[in-house]
Design a binder for this molecule. Sequence first.
Ligand code: DX5
Ligand code: ZN
Length: 263
Amino acid sequence: MPGDGKAELTEPPPPDAGEPTPARARSGPVGPVPCGHPKLGTVAIQISPSILSADFAHLADEAAAVADSADWLHVDVMDNHFVPNLTLGLPIVEALHKAATLPLDCHLMIEDPDRWAPAYAEAGAGSVTIHAEAARAPVRTLRSIRSQGARAGLALNPATPIEPYAELLPELDMLLLMTVEPGFGGQKFLDVVLPKIRRTRELIRDREAAVWLQVDGGVSEETIERCAEAGADVFVAGSAVYGAQDPAGAVEALRARAERAAG
Ligand code: DX5
Ligand code: ZN
């Protein structure tokens, strides 16, 4: 309980992660799409435009611009500590949840996600992703996100290996592999992450885990096929969508390329 030092020392009751809640329906109308890729099996290609590259003075309009073409709206929360940039927080997520029709895909690039992540789920996010490098109790936090009815995601920076997190797959709904160093939009895609995307897809397939594999950073019409071929199925794109004259058209073009590459 904020402001109550005693209450913060008390262990919260264990959340029941197994029970689906009505709020989980916020995750959107996204179902698996058969895909002929020999390695991928069945995946659904999803596009999550990042509002980091949108006009912050007109966020509701920017959300509406991709409402009929995208699957999610990616919301980059940065605290100027975990990353050297400051963006937005809970009040804007709450406001966007009311104003936008797409489910919110909140990517928390913040210190102490264990403390803050559940509040983003409570604020209406359909998916909440925390960074492995910042979380001190990732299992407890991921369970807490799920118990609030949101999908739980774990993000890894480019230099963070996937292998130490293999046992956490059952706790996850999504793995996010950063394809730039987090903090800013418009950076160059890091090809060095491609082998990790492949290894992660193999891990998910081998363990038959129901985990989406998201990539974020430098995803464009030029790079999305490489990511899809390597096994990604959820694609964040900021500048490639909101830097385009026609954001909805850009989403469609990205989706078409990813589906072609995966299928
Ligand atoms: C970067 C953010 C990304 C960013 C991507 O730290 O997590 O979501 O918006 O922007 P682009 O697609 O322009 O690289
Ligand atoms: Zn992001």
